[in-house]
Design a protein around this ligand. Structure first.
Ligand SMILES: Cc1ncc(COP(=O)(O)O)c(C=O)c1O
Length: 396
């Protein structure tokens, strides 16, 4: 594919950044090799000095992984990308690459559970000070910004309560200070949001979710416009920490990406219908989904998002036991962590994905023990609604 042509997203998703001219294989072969050989020591020297981009060892680079990274850089509107063995490998490598002892990092108060553990527990061991604030009100940031702050990190929408953070506003507040804005774009994928276009320096994904789309891969990816930063992240952190993705998983992600636009549209169409259904049900309360009138962040939606995604949170009226009774009797919604798969998934964040938080901390930002999160899949929406209805009928 001609990378300089301004192809639109669907075309970028369908084609690879490089054709396999040698074999004319339309689908690229998987470079399932750990190492690469050289013809002579001069070639070795050039590759090791980065004078050529010849492959050396798959923990550093690999043709299949490179194809995935190049495609991610294009669709996230960056200049370079690095893939990781998981979203958490990506997140922890980014944080450790940007921070050193005595630095401060500001996090939005709601984060995916393992990210919160890295922020709260692991960084502290290295004398890095994590502050957790409500970034939905960017004024909170003004009071905190000083020379020690090196990174502002958030998910938008946040997991699981779908709070939105205005990236442009955060960028304006930090002005020309040397602070990196890192955004986890897992919930929307590049189809619905490109944080780099709104002022983020680094965008990352749990590629396990919508990028894969099929629930068969664990992977992560980081994209930036800063080619030098990505080079350092790749060769000083990914390669040295060793959180490398396998070529096979990179290949599965390339396959998943081909249908990203179709899947995201279909996930969202189902989610809008299900959110409306839940919102009008008398046994359901506190439904959070961006298409609903009650959603508090509509201004940010129109500023930086091209769609709503397909994650919904809500509560069933009654006790925690009522919520459990409802969940346990669903047939199509599978009780599982993760999201973005073809199958609809359901979970209770306080007992599953966000177990690492103190209960009181969770309650303080509305994440009650009864909160339910669903990832709306690609089944027929009427079947999904019938499944919900049957289970809701059981609650008194
Ligand atoms: C928003 C978000 N970021 C990061 C992660 C971590 O990704 P992974 O499970 O691929 O390590 C998750 C996992 O659920 C997530 O939901």
């Amino acid at each position: 594919m001609d990378k300089n042509n301004n192809y639109r997203l669907e075309t970028l998703l369908a084609h690879n950044t490089k054709d396999d001219r040698e074999n004319r294989a339309l689908t690229p072969p998987i470079a399932q090799t750990s190492t690469f050989y050289f013809d002579n020591m001069d070639q070795v020297k050039k590759a090791f000095n980065f004078e050529t981009d010849d492959y050396v060892y798959t923990r550093g680079n690999n043709p299949t992984i490179r194809l995935f990274e190049e495609k991610m850089a294009l669709i996230e509107k960056g200049n370079a990308a690095v893939a990781f063995a998981s979203g958490m490998a990506a997140i922890s490598s980014v944080l450790f690459s940007l921070l050193k002892p005595q630095d401060q990092v500001v996090f939005h108060r709601t984060l995916y559970g393992s990210t919160h553990t890295v922020a709260k527990t692991l960084l502290k061991k290295y004398d890095i000070d994590s502050k957790f604030i409500d970034l939905t009100n960017s004024d909170n940031l003004n009071a905190l910004i000083d020379d020690a702050v090196k990174v502002i990190y958030f998910e938008t929408p946040s997991n699981p309560n779908l709070e939105l953070i205005d990236i442009q506003k955060i960028k304006k507040i930090i002005g020309d200070k040397n602070i990196k804005i890192v955004v986890d774009n897992t919930f929307l994928s590049p189809y619905f949001q490109n944080p780099l276009e709104n002022g983020a320096d680094i965008v990352l994904h749990s590629a396990t979710k919508y990028i894969s789309g099929h629930g068969d891969v664990v992977a992560g990816v980081v994209v930036s416009k800063d080619i030098d930063y990505i080079h350092r992240l790749k060769f000083d952190y990914m390669t040295e920490f060793g959180g490398v993705i396998s070529p096979f998983n990179a290949w599965l992600l390339l396959r998943g990406l081909k249908t990203l636009h179709i899947r995201m549209k279909a996930h969202e169409a189902n989610a809008i219908k299900i959110a409306d259904y839940l919102n009008s049900h008398k046994k359901v309360t506190n439904v959070i989904y961006p298409s609903l009138e009650s959603y508090p962040f509509t201004e940010v939606v129109s500023k930086q998002m091209r769609g709503f995604g397909a994650i919904i949170t809500f509560e069933v009226k009654g006790s925690r036991e009522d919520a459990v009774n409802f969940i346990d009797h669903l047939k199509l919604f599978k009780i599982a962590v993760s999201l973005g798969d073809i199958e609809s998934l359901i979970e209770m964040p306080s007992e599953m994905t966000h177990l690492g938080y103190d209960k009181s901390e969770l309650e303080s930002f509305g994440l009650t023990e009864k909160m339910i999160r669903i990832s709306v899949g690609l089944e027929n929406h009427e079947d999904l609604i019938a499944d919900l209805e049957k289970s809701l009928d059981r609650i008194k």
